[in-house]
Design a protein around this ligand. Structure first.
Ligand SMILES: [Zn+2]
Length: 342
């Protein structure tokens, strides 16, 4: 698969067409209007693995259930109207899955293939490079339940580097209430983007390389795998984990975000030298890119943060030292105050 790129900044035209970088720092899909971020795969997927390993309890079922319900709403929105009605007709449903597989590769989630499919009965697929196998099982279950209009049961496993996934319709599973999503409140903010004169995407996004053949987005400076992920889904999964496992979850997530960015800063100190990198990613708009020690102790405000613990961890990692101590609060909706000491 090849992509037509913007002649000026190199960002694929399809990415520019599908997403909007708003002046208030919110990055959103033009199609359904849902908010997203461009984040290091490790910061989110690694945090989930870290939670499971640290607490020593199985969490796959919580992750799959929350992701499945979020992905179903996403596909309900994206594949809607007359096109949606046609895509759900038996002869066209396979095409619906192929479009979703291409979409997953576009946003850096996975290199997936449909192996076998019987409409209304069964779906078998394989995935050889995937942002997080368990999250992806949730994604595929959600797409299946949206396109088939039926609940399903997943079976999945790994052979070498390849994951196999089978979904079966299960009419005995209960119908469910609509998932309550975690919408982020919005506050006025100004990102002050320098935009590409040709496609309008903020400069800086061109530093990412969209490798659709491998289903990855790569940060060309750090070599890190970047994913585009839906903010409501991410926040819903973290909320469900906190409900099931306890209130230490946000603290664990913030420390993990801090440590992951500290490692990246160690190898790329100038690239992540201040907080300005957060804006093009859709993370939120800090009041100051280079806060002073006094400002850090009093608290740096971040407007339109996508997730409080993750943003607090990255602000402390970039602005504080190796052993920085930090906490955060939300003084008003859409504004996060991060205090950093050390
Ligand atoms: Zn451009």
């Amino acid at each position: 698969m090849s992509l037509t790129r913007c002649g000026a900044c190199g960002v694929p035209k399809r990415i520019a067409f599908m997403h909007r970088w708003r002046d208030d720092g919110i990055l959103e899909s033009r199609l359904g209007g849902s908010r997203g971020i461009l984040v290091e795969r490790e910061v989110f997927a690694g945090a989930l693995d870290h939670i499971g390993e640290t607490l020593g309890v199985p969490i796959d079922h919580i992750i799959i259930d929350a992701k499945r319900r979020d992905a179903k709403l996403y596909v309900d929105d994206v594949v809607s109207g007359i096109t949606g009605a046609i895509a759900r007709l038996r002869p066209f449903r396979r095409l619906g899955y192929l479009i979703m597989i291409r979409q997953a590769a576009m946003i850096g989630l996975a290199k997936a293939r449909l192996l076998s499919y019987k409409p209304g009965i069964r779906f078998v697929g394989r995935v050889s490079s995937v942002y997080h196998p368990v999250l992806f099982v949730g994604d595929v279950c959600g797409a299946f339940e949206s396109l088939e209009g039926k609940r399903c049961r997943p079976v999945y496993g790994q052979i070498g580097d390849v994951w196999y996934l089978e979904l079966y319709v299960d009419d005995n599973l209960p119908k469910e209430e609509r998932l309550e999503l975690e919408r982020t409140p919005e506050a006025p903010a100004r990102a002050g983007f320098d935009r590409c004169g040709t496609c309008g995407v903020p400069l800086g996004v061109g530093n990412f390389h969209w490798d659709v053949a491998q289903g990855k987005i790569m940060d060309e400076t750090t070599g890190e795998w970047i994913i585009y992920i839906d903010v409501e889904g991410l926040n819903t999964i973290l909320r469900e984990l906190e409900r099931e496992l306890g209130e230490e979850i946000p603290f664990m997530v913030s420390r993990f975000s801090f440590e992951t960015y500290r490692k990246l800063i160690g190898s790329h100190p100038s690239y992540l030298g201040n907080l300005s990198f957060m804006k093009v990613r859709g993370f939120g708009i800090p009041d100051s890119d280079n806060p002073s020690r006094e400002e850090l102790e009093a608290g740096v405000a971040v407007r339109n943060p996508f997730n409080a613990p993750m943003v607090a961890g990255m602000v402390a990692a970039v602005s504080g030292g190796e052993g920085a101590d930090f906490d955060w609060e939300t003084p008003e909706p859409g504004v996060l105050l991060v205090r950093v000491r050390g």
